[in-house]
Design a protein around this ligand. Structure first.
Ligand code: 4AD
Ligand code: MG
Length: 440
């Protein structure tokens, strides 16, 4: 005997006219005299199941009456085409088997506050919008990896427990590591993935990364997932070309395969249709000028001086000037990480770019050409107040067969928030970790 259903609801069209058994949970139930309408969800989709008193045994009708929101059941019936239903099909029920009855499900169809829903995140993920959002997340991840694999990249996993900092020392999560002193949760896999680049040419790592940031913005998590490609013999311009192709491919695949989910989320897809390479590029200098002439257009966007970093309102203003994501390139080296290659024409700026998503979703990618000269890298490590001894292995990559190389990191949650049109990043991951949230 098997408990498996005949089919998933998503594939129900293949069973039109046949009798099938579906397994799932009751999303909603309405009774109208001799009729009971059961909305069944099985994870793949939902379908309306109609129990007509006349067509079923008395006990079957009684069991259907007992079902409540989120009760688990197996329902057998005939698949009937129905133009009025969203899926195009409904189930004419013959039998109902109760697997478990649910009482007092905390999330009712009525409106709940976000705090309440976050406390019940483990249940909230069953709701239609969250379901659509997390499906889009899965699609973005699959699209990103499959696109890179198809381009000849090798997945090369980086460690999460590390001995050193890569993106500044102010936001490290530390832990005691046996007799070896302190270890830190990785802020990025980049330094390690650079070793893979020297072995395989084109690699990427993908995994959780950590930042002990005390920021409560809608764009920051303390634990987020990042995909980080790294390419040998690639310069800053090659890096941007790779990024625009990568992002376009991901967005177009989501449009192609997750249309129903975007619709559930009421996402306006017109701006996404325009996300096609090439993307515009402006320099940090131009971006600063732009902020200083147009800052009045976005609330909270204050004038700035050269050398400062952009805040969220600045990024919104810059992105607003374009109909697709925009690269802001060549930031002052002083506000960027130690490993970035200086511009040979202007050493005070780095050969780097941030990719700002359209529609005010902010930075989704940070990337750069890397310093490939051992002496310069060592000097930069010292300037940043880091201990050179800890980075010997990383400098080795410049001592043996060094080449110009570049790479970038895309935060999955930022990308998903933008593509799905979700303002707050906390809903783009099953269990967000934030300054004030570690439960559930
Ligand atoms: O710009 P970041 O800090 O760059 C790096 O970590 C590089 N080592 C990447 C590389 O070149 N391999 O972070 C890259 C991206 C950001 O653009 C953003 O999408 C995401 O990671 N990110 C965050 N997402 C959520 N919460 C946070 N606190 C984030 N910090 C960065
Ligand atoms: Mg960044």
């Amino acid at each position: 005997m098997s408990l498996l259903p005949t089919t998933s609801i998503a594939a129900i069209a293949d069973y039109a006219g046949q009798t099938v058994t579906l397994s799932g949970w009751i999303y909603n139930k309405t009774e109208k005299g001799k009729l009971i309408f059961l909305m069944l969800r099985d994870g793949s989709a939902t379908i309306q199941c109609v129990v007509f008193k006349k067509n079923v045994a008395e006990e079957v009708f009684a069991r259907a009456q007992q079902l409540t929101q989120e009760s688990a059941c197996r329902i057998t019936g005939e698949v009937r085409a129905d133009e009025r239903s969203a899926s195009g099909y409904e189930l004419d029920v013959r039998d109902v088997e109760i697997v478990s009855l649910t009482h007092d499900y905390p999330i009712s169809p009525k409106e709940h506050g976000v705090e309440f829903l976050m406390e019940h995140r483990h249940l909230w993920v069953r709701s239609a919008k969250q379901h659509a959002l997390l499906r889009i997340r899965a699609e973005v991840i699959a699209a990103a990896q499959e696109w890179l694999n198809a381009q000849g990249f090798i997945r090369y996993d980086s460690p999460i427990l590390t001995a050193t900092a890569a993106e500044g020392t102010t936001n490290l999560f530390g832990t005691d590591y046996f007799d070896l002193g302190r270890a830190y949760l990785a802020q990025t896999g980049q330094l390690y993935v650079e070793s893979g680049m020297m072995s395989f040419g084109k690699v990427y790592c993908f995994g959780p990364t950590f930042r002990a940031e005390k920021s409560k913005t809608r764009r920051h998590l303390t634990e987020f997932w990042m995909i980080e490609p790294e390419v040998a013999f690639a310069d800053h311009d090659d890096n941007m070309v790779l990024q625009e192709q990568f992002v376009s491919a991901i967005v177009q695949r989501v449009l192609d395969r997750r249309g129903a989910d975007l619709k559930t989320l009421e996402r306006d897809t017109a701006p996404l249709e325009r996300v096609l390479a090439p993307f515009p590029r402006i320099s940090y200098d131009e971006a600063v000028d732009l902020v200083n002439t147009r800052h009045g257009e976005v609330e909270g966007c204050t004038p700035m001086v050269w050398g400062e970093d952009f805040g969220a309102p600045h990024e919104t203003l810059i992105a607003q000037q374009f109909d697709r994501p925009v690269f802001v390139e060549r930031y002052p080296s002083a506000i960027k990480a130690f490993y970035m290659e200086p511009d040979p024409q202007r050493p005070e700026v780095a050969l780097c770019a941030d990719l700002l998503a359209s529609e005010g979703y902010g930075e989704i990618i940070g990337g750069s050409q890397r310093i490939h000269d051992a002496a310069l890298l060592e000097a930069r490590i010292r300037e940043h107040g880091l201990n050179v001894d800890d980075y010997q292995w990383y400098i080795d990559l410049r001592r043996y067969g060094t080449v110009p190389h570049s790479g970038f990191g895309m935060g999955i949650e930022r990308a998903v928030a933008w593509i799905s049109g979700t303002r707050h990043i906390r809903e783009t991951i099953p269990f967000p970790r934030q300054l004030y949230r570690i439960y559930p």
